[in-house]
Design a protein around this ligand. Structure first.
Ligand SMILES: [Zn+2]
Length: 256
């Protein structure tokens, strides 16, 4: 039963992964998500359904277009695979179908935002909307409105203050507007103190990686995507919270 659940949630995840890669590819090119149907960017032929089965088609066709043989960007199969893993992850840590769906769409949206930020330093707003809706419904089921609102406020206000301070002091952006948007659903899902924990954790991770890049000779001015660090911190806090079956309260609840 559990094996079947893991298998099905992986398949479920890959299907949404396929949709997610479409969102990333098209929103970063200013295209519509629904029209036109998927086609090969090389030969322009419309892809039939059997060329679009997540993971399987890529493997069967050897990573090439089934018509002209042009190489397909491995970003598609990577997105589908990670999305499948997200499905399994949500399945393992959810206790009902509803919580599976809410956890999945929350985490899947963050994954798609992460991939888009890495590839284009730009995030699709559609996934912010889906993540926020999932997080809000999740908290409504839990009944913790007050913490949800505090989480959203803290999630948006800290990076906003940093953004404004940086703009004012150094006349440039220390943090992207997209990162502030991503902290909104994170705040709604995790509530006040865990959101603060996630923000501190992702800032430390981001700072650590920037330092390594600096040592390796990368320019100080080059922008590095921040959403991946938020995503890693979200997974860590999510995992610790579930494994110890308790709310993580690294930060005291001094507000109430
Ligand atoms: Zn082709």
């Amino acid at each position: 039963m559990i094996i079947a659940g893991i298998f099905l949630s992986f398949i479920w995840g890959t299907i949404w992964g396929s949709f997610g890669s479409t969102i990333v590819y098209r929103t970063n090119r200013g295209m519509s998500i629904v029209k036109p149907p998927s086609l090969c960017p090389n030969c322009g032929k419309i892809l039939p359904w059997r060329h679009k089965i997540p993971i399987l088609s890529y493997v069967v066709l050897g990573g090439k277009c089934g018509f002209c043989g042009a190489k397909i960007n491995p970003f598609y199969i990577i997105t589908e695979f990670l999305s499948g893993i997200t499905g399994v992850f949500a399945f393992i840590f959810s206790d009902s179908t509803l919580s599976f769906l809410l956890n999945f769409f929350f985490l899947w949206s963050l994954l798609i935002l992460t991939i888009s930020d890495i590839m284009y330093l730009h995030i699709p707003v559609l996934n912010i909307v889906i993540a926020t809706a999932s997080a809000v419904v999740y908290q409504m089921v839990q009944g913790d409105y007050k913490d949800m609102i505090w989480g959203m406020l803290i999630g948006v206000s800290i990076p906003l203050v940093i953004l404004l301070l940086y703009k004012f002091l150094r006349k440039k952006e220390g943090i992207g507007e997209g990162d502030i948007l991503v902290m909104f659903p994170v705040g709604a899902y995790f509530g006040f103190s865990e959101t603060l924990t996630i923000f501190i954790l992702s800032t430390l991770l981001g700072g650590f990686v920037s330092l390594i890049l600096l040592i390796l000779g990368k320019s100080r001015e080059s922008m590095i995507p921040f959403v991946p660090f938020i995503f890693i911190s979200v997974i860590l806090v999510f995992l610790l919270e579930r494994l110890y079956l308790t709310d993580l309260r690294f930060v005291p609840r001094f507000l109430w």
